[in-house]
Design a protein around this ligand. Sequence first.
Ligand code: PHE
Ligand code: ZN
Length: 853
Amino acid sequence: MSATNPQPVQHLADYRPWPFGLTETRLDLTLAPRDTIVRAALDLAPRDASDPQDLVLDGGAGLRLQALRIDGQAPDPVHVTRTDEQLIIAAAALPHAPFTLETEVAIDPADNTAFEGLYLSGGMFCTQCEAEGFRHITFYPDRPDVMTTFRVTLRSALPVRLSNGNPVGDADGVAEWHDPWPKPAYLFALVAGDLVAVSDRFTTRSGRDVALNVWVRPGDQDRAGFAMESLIKSMRWDEDVYGREYDLDVFNIVAVDDFNMGAMENKGLNIFNSKLVLASPETATDTDYERIEAVIAHEYFHNWTGNRITCRDWFQLCLKEGLTVFRDQQFTSDMRSAAVKRIEDVQTLRARQFREDQGPLAHPPRPDRYEEINNFYTATVYEKGAEVIGMLKNLVGDDGYARALDLYFTRHDGDAATIEDWLTVFQDATGRDLTQFKRWYTDAGTPTLEMTEDWQDGTLTLTFAQSTPPTPGQPDKPARVIPIAVGLIGPNGDEVTPTRVLEMTEARQSFTFDGLGARPVVSVLRGFSAPVMLKRPLDDATRAFLLAHDTDPFARWEAGRELALSALTQGDAAQKAYIAAIGTLAADEGADPAFRALCLTLPGEEEIATRIAAGGATPDPDAIHATRSDLARRIALTHQDLLAGLYDAMTVPGAYSPDAQSAARRSLRIAALGLLSRIDGGDRAAVLFGIASNMTERMAALAVLVRLGRATSALQILSDEFGDNRLVMDKWFSVQVMAAPPEQAVAIARDLAAHRDFDWQNPNRFRALLGGLAANHAGFHAADGSGYDFTADWLIRMDAANPQIAARMSTAFEIWPRYDAPRRAHARNALERIATLAGLSRNTREMVSRMIA
Ligand code: PHE
Ligand code: ZN
């Protein structure tokens, strides 16, 4: 395939600076569904007048070029070339001094179903330019290291007209905006629509008065208040913790219904998927509220880590994303329970990033080649990128981290920087050599860390061995620096040695603790101090001891997790030990209810499969599903009274509030409900669905009813009540597939795909259905291949409309090689059917060819 249709591969090693300087960009847009006119003026200057270069601008066939002028004159057409993706003006036609290039193009936002560049969503004009969307709006050097100030004129009869920076004027259908901060094109944005705002103000600590607006469709204002609260908290937090202030007079957030991703940090004009803005107790769950708070913060934090300091090229994506995820994780820890947040983040990392590392799509946080950059907005770049920063902070300490960040902001403000710049800042601020540490950025794969213990005469020796399996293009992995946080607990349950960070740098290395009285129990990888898979020979009794006594909440939860996995894969004795231990924990009224809920929740089927595969065995989805269900039932039978008591006691009285404490109680209540439903036939869930007024409890109840096949009337009630609410209907679609009994999941998905409300071109709706099926592990991996075929059919259909969404959803297949031969044959067939399709997008082609390589 690739031999007959070679794709251009981008290589990190090929980076060259752009041969021109750009001092200002002026845009003038006359908005219309068809024939939007974009006039652009770029003030350019050759970097080296003695070495004339062609001017190469990005922009493809979708741009209808209507005028082209250099300093007011049309160049001779012999000097102008258009390719599929570029406009090239020969050096011979360019002045050797500063000049202005003007272009005029026409584009059709109404036909833009890929939601990249300028498009229409529900009658509103909006843009998405990261990573390479600006080239669909006008001809431009669409690369992040070309930064300049922008002046934008927007002409539209729609009442609200927004762009980046500060407003200069808005009258008679013409709005002008000026962004004084140089930025790359990927941070450009505009919005025009019939919108209303929830507004507030914020005064920065140096006294700048900032107008804040959250723009939504008329009627949605009453669901935008939480987003505004979250924004204000984020602004304050970034001042308090990182000393970072906002730098414009306005900060606008706009919610749109059609959006490929979660949200986008365009300078001064963040654009959000409406599901990450709109929330009310009746329509959003506690998880939605927590996500909204975190993503509002994430996008706001990008103003410094991403916008003021951006990336030199897209290989450096984790420079802004890893750091900004790390910062939003810190923010959530400060706003809510730090222990619970850490456990949630590790769960996400394992479910998504470890899985990615285990399959053919494995890549380092900083890749060195790609065909389509949109395929690299991955769990590895984001979540592992954040973990790497957490390790760095662990190694240099809180003070070292603070000094390094201050230096980063002063040294690189206004720059398009690299991972090398980032590490150099840490070296300069702390004096530490980070040469070996850098491997975390350049090497793919999850290291396995094996620990053995030796005890002699009051001395404990811990020996660690690390190894990382080969990943595509990287057969051999040298040893990495691994920070291993360790504490020791005495036989009576008291901590005898508080947390100490061991720095492992060799493939195999020992550390000793001496002067110990009795042999302690080792609590290792506290706080999940490194993203590795830990293997240690440990009996279930010791795991239960750690679950009862560990002072580190993550390690404590982890002990319970290990016990659960042992119960799921070993025999009856392991199950008994596990069930007894979590009973004790669930009954511990001194512990945070959210923590108890996490301990009561069994590992997901995907996580169990990942663990089995990491141990070299072949996961059987049906067996995993059955074993997990049996274990849940046994827990319920054993702890019936305790769970029923918790279910009642964790009722949250009064009006719904999304705060962490109330959410924690609801999460424990829901965990109890889920287990009890294994033995009460779903009666409690049916009652709860009928009486609950908040979406958190209603969705939890509905998931139980769907699993038990008794959700017909509940689903009807929900669609009667919320049929016109897209976000609730997304949940309605996804829960039916995600929670379905696996043997029915594909059939249900097929029926739902024919439903009149299955508006498949809406990314949220498509993800609700196809992502819902992918999340039903045994359903998607149905032995007859029907889950694969159904998904492949829809990927093919979606690819023609929206390549980014199709390519992203194709990751449902990313771990196909770990299953049994018949399943592998079905999966390969489905993937090959996609791969051989004529006209397949670059996005999906790259994904599928990596998966079947
Ligand atoms: N940069 C966005 C974020 O992480 C994500 C995004 C990428 C959105 C590409 C749209 C397109 O916050
Ligand atoms: Zn981001």
